[in-house]
Write a protein of this length. Structure first.
Length: 135
């Protein structure tokens, strides 16, 4: 999760320099999290959002894609589908993060044959970028 945080920070920084509009998107993302209390947001992440995303996107989408396409192609395909699902947020940053992180979490799921390591990494990354050390 720490490595993903650092890579995400680098990516957000580079995108901010190359595409100044992404800074506004980042501010909009952080404004969203302020619409609910921190304890509620953390409870939702821990018990609803992260488990649900891992079961759906890694368990039901990426694992079958990897069985059909191989682990690398299946993880990338799963990451693409995960990113497409995030288009509705209207944020290119979230879509790009979903692609990169979804692919990585898919690889983790396949490597350890479990949703738990990817889910924990996903949770730590989300908590880090939203509450602990925002970008």
């Amino acid at each position: 999760a720490a490595i993903l945080y650092a890579l995400g920070w680098a990516g957000f920084t580079v995108l901010g320099l190359l595409l100044p509009g992404t800074q506004k998107q980042t501010a909009e993302i952080y404004a969203w999290k302020d619409q609910v209390s921190v304890p509620l947001a953390i409870l939702l992440l821990v018990f609803v959002i992260i488990p649900g995303e891992e079961i759906l996107w890694r368990g039901a989408v990426t694992v079958p894609l990897a069985a059909a396409l191989g682990p690398i192609a299946g993880s990338v395909a799963g990451g693409i589908v995960f990113a497409i699902a995030h288009i509705a947020t209207g944020s290119a940053l979230i879509v790009m993060a979903a692609l990169a992180m979804g692919t990585f979490w898919g690889l983790m799921t396949l490597r350890w044959r479990s949703l738990i390591p990817a889910g924990l990494c996903h949770l730590i990354w989300n908590l880090s970028v939203l509450f602990i050390v925002p970008y």
